[in-house]
Design a protein around this ligand. Structure first.
Ligand code: SAM
Ligand code: SF4
Length: 359
């Protein structure tokens, strides 16, 4: 099944990177919240700690992807400061991501700094290739609440082909167990299915969720890969994935999903505990309830995953105080676009890939 009207995104053009967003109305500043001009409120901040990665997943990064120059990257205390200001403006959830955030040498320090400065829930998204119990324990003690781990195949040969790494599914499954043991729960496990690559593993992967503490989430492949090779013919819809799972495990919708949550979640009809979520940004965009703001490892604030305009926070971090940073975040949020428009003919894939934005 393919989505009608879904076409290859238009070719890339230079993106806009102004140093400062245009000013939001003073009444918006007076509210002391990050509000956008479409009535949405930011509650969820995603910080990409690095654009580097020890994998080169085929749907995400080309083998020779170019990384940001080291001298453009933010320092650990910059991330903490932005998290603190965002929390003062109403953010309640902070996700540390990348690239591969566990490659950041100061990850523990960043978690601890955010915990001291904010009461936010702190989550980490990782490929799980290098996790071990002592790091997980230390991060939990520092303030980490939850971990999301990506796993796209349970077959070693395929896993190696998809990730272009020498890691194995067994290693990642071991990391999931370690997170459960260390109480970093619920552990969400993300998979991206690509037709002809791993789409026949939907039910096998869903079976991972047939135990308490694990939620399996299927994310539709988005046109955000560094090679601009996203292909509607190989794209797999959430509906198709769900149908494939239901041939083995009938599902029942769970009620009470947060409207701003990216996933629609289901339980197993046979009463086995566990949750399966579908994140369908392409077939069922959830932009209307979006509560997310992102910052890249080089300090670019992106009002939308698909923004073709991003704002450089570095000069404000260097020369401004926290009130200036707050003004910047409020102004950037006000520019948030109404939606990504993936299925429209005008859609243009952003220059910056998912790995450099922070998934
Ligand atoms: N490296 C970490 C990982 O893989 O979990 C964190 C960063 S990765 C960009 C975050 C999530 O984005 C992963 O679950 C990955 O599968 C997903 N992802 C990457 N590229 C994607 C794409 N083009 N479309 C949909 N999801 C994508
Ligand atoms: Fe790295 Fe995550 Fe992208 Fe895979 S999905 S290449 S692990 S950033």
């Amino acid at each position: 099944m393919t989505l009608q009207g879904l076409a290859l995104p238009q070719a890339r053009t230079a993106e806009s990177r102004p140093a400062h967003p245009p000013p939001a109305p003073e009444s918006v500043h007076a509210a002391g919240r990050m509000l956008d001009s479409h009535g949405r409120v930011i509650r969820d901040l995603r910080l990409s700690l690095t654009d580097r990665c020890n994998f080169r997943c085929t749907y995400c990064m080309e083998p020779d992807v170019r990384f940001a120059a080291p001298d453009t990257l933010l320092q650990a205390d910059d991330f903490v400061r932005v998290a603190g200001v965002a929390a003062d403006l109403g953010v309640t959830k902070i996700r540390l991501t990348g690239g591969e955030p566990t490659l950041h040498p100061a990850l523990g320090e960043i978690i601890a700094g955010i915990r001291v400065r904010t009461g936010c829930e702190i989550a980490l998204t990782t490929n799980g290739a290098t996790l071990d119990r002592s790091s997980l324990r230390a991060w939990k003690a520092a303030g980490l609440d939850r971990v999301t781990i990506s796993l796209d195949s349970l077959r070693s040969d395929r896993f190696a082909r998809i990730t272009r790494s020498n890691c194995t599914p067994a290693r990642v499954l071991g990391s999931i167990e370690d997170c459960l043991t260390e109480g970093l729960t619920p552990v969400k496990v993300n998979a991206v299915l690509v037709r002809g690559v791993n789409d026949d593993e939907a039910a096998d992967l869903a079976a991972l969720a047939r135990r308490p503490g694990v939620e399996m989430r299927f994310i539709e492949w988005m046109p955000l890969d560094s090679g601009h090779a996203w292909d509607p013919e190989r794209w797999v819809s959430a509906a198709e994935t769900r149908a494939a799972i239901e041939r083995r495990f009938p599902l029942v919708p769970l009620h009470g999903d947060d409207p701003s949550s990216t996933a629609r979640t289901f339980g197993f009809a046979d009463g086995t505990p566990g949750r399966v979520g579908f994140v369908a940004p392409v077939s069922s965009p959830f932009c209307g309830a979006c509560s997310r703001l992102r910052m890249t490892a080089d300090g670019m604030v992106r009002p939308c995953l698909f923004s073709t305009r991003e704002f450089d926070l570095r000069p404000t971090l260097r020369h401004g105080d926290d009130r200036d940073v707050a003004r910047f975040l409020i102004d950037a949020t006000w520019t948030k676009q109404p939606g990504h428009g993936i299925a429209t003919p005008q859609f243009r894939q952003p220059d910056r890939p998912m790995s450099a934005i922070g998934g």
